[in-house]
Write a protein that binds this ligand. Sequence first.
Ligand SMILES: O=C(O)CCC(=O)C(=O)O
Ligand SMILES: [Fe+2]
Length: 187
Amino acid sequence: MSELACLIAGVLAENMGYSGHSFLENCNKNTCFIRLNRYPPCPFSPETFGLTPHTDSDFLTILYQDQVGGLQLMKDSKWVAVKPNPHALIVNIGDLFQAWSNDIYKSVEHKVMVNRKVDRYSVAYFLCPSYESTIGSCKKSSPYKSFTFGEFRQQVQEDVKRNGHKVGLSRFLQYNNQQIQKEMAPH
Ligand SMILES: O=C(O)CCC(=O)C(=O)O
Ligand SMILES: [Fe+2]
């Protein structure tokens, strides 16, 4: 799985004209991980979240969902169901790839709705660097401040604790809306 994840990330970077996959050098067996998800049935389906809307805090995720279905992703401001396909893996771009690619690749918002009657299982492989790795950008200028993966994770955890949800990449924008408004206001 790690080879596949690195291969896909490498191809996506090459597609942007960057052959040196420097960000992949910091991803290895000790920094990536697999999550096995089980979603017990819920009679209040289909309104119940198995997993609330989020983006993944990694470079990319390789996902396998079973035949039950329930994964949905945001496309053109609408939730779209991802049809289960036993012969296919789903590849989601994560926040770090979005930052590195200067927003060329977008981390996809997704959620899971539970099933009324049966358990649902999925397996997710997360391509992550070490906590001390600086994520940086493929170009000199970037909409984002430079941050390490550790700083990103810590900010996500703080936001979840404080607000009940992840804020994500917008925390690391060089300029946020408030700053722009301040700078544009007459002095
Ligand atoms: O279970 C799924 O299909 C999605 C899992 C997921 O989004 C995650 O583990 O971050
Ligand atoms: Fe996810």
